[in-house]
Write a protein that binds this ligand. Sequence first.
Ligand SMILES: NC(=O)c1ccc[n+]([C@@H]2O[C@H](COP(=O)([O-])OP(=O)(O)OC[C@H]3O[C@@H](n4cnc5c(N)ncnc54)[C@H](OP(=O)(O)O)[C@@H]3O)[C@@H](O)[C@H]2O)c1
Length: 274
Amino acid sequence: MYDFNTLGFIGAGNMCEALLVGIISSDFFQAENIILSDIREDRLKYLKEKYNVKTSIDNRETVKASDIVFLSVKPQDIATVLSEMEGILNPNQMVISIAVGIPTYFIESYIKEEVPVIRVMPNTPALFQSAMSVLSKGKYANDEHLNFAKRLLSCVGEVDILPEKLQNAAAAINGCGPAYFFHFIESLVDAGISVGLSKDIAYKLAVQTMEGSVKMLKESDRSPTELRRMVTSPGGTTIAALEQLEKGAIRFFIIKAIKAATNRAEELSQKLNK
Ligand SMILES: NC(=O)c1ccc[n+]([C@@H]2O[C@H](COP(=O)([O-])OP(=O)(O)OC[C@H]3O[C@@H](n4cnc5c(N)ncnc54)[C@H](OP(=O)(O)O)[C@@H]3O)[C@@H](O)[C@H]2O)c1
């Protein structure tokens, strides 16, 4: 059983703050056992005052003080941060990275020791404690590390574990997903306006209907097909609308879109070479 008592974040931006809120409010780590570092001193001052956590402008100091090192900088800053860490991590620590598209082998290639690394793909609803995160373990991580990371990420929402080879496919759904749903809502609002509704009413109808539909999916034990059939009466209005969606080959294009996002993620990962 590993003894992880201190948590350090490298990069104290939006995702770090979202995780901080979830972790402190669920008592997973006490604020005095959390240290944040960032290149922005004003950001550190703000977070220190708001959450009572420790801060440091020095990433190396944070890494040395932390059992778990959380990498929460943007993907383009990961290599810089990892270069600073060379030689100071040890196998009793664990690295958790939420940098989109950065494989565990890339992180491991910078760390000379056999340090466990967990890769996470969260999504923007984490900012509202409603994330869907996907976790994968690297070469030196075991199930215990994975389960600890799972409990940690559960502080901001739902978590699932997947083999790393499926991370890009998962990201095409959960990572990009919020954009698809927002795009769909935007389209519904425009459609509502085209049939005479005001923008505000169309927006309220669309958003509340999406929320209610999600509640039905989560709380009933019926499949999406059964729930759709409940509102699709023969010769009625819903089937008239669905016929138009199918004429536009909506399923075909959704599948194409998810494949395009997955392929793009693969291309971006392949460009990453130390
Ligand atoms: N936002 C999301 O919804 C989301 C979803 C899934 C995954 N992610 C992943 O989560 C990670 C963090 O995203 P975010 O939205 O929280 O980004 P963010 O708000 O930009 O936070 C990153 C922070 O790290 C700082 N930073 C840059 N270089 C640094 C360095 N060398 N050492 C220490 N700190 C440094 C940045 O400062 P500057 O601003 O001055 O550069 C910024 O304050 C990203 O890798 C992203 O791919 C985000």
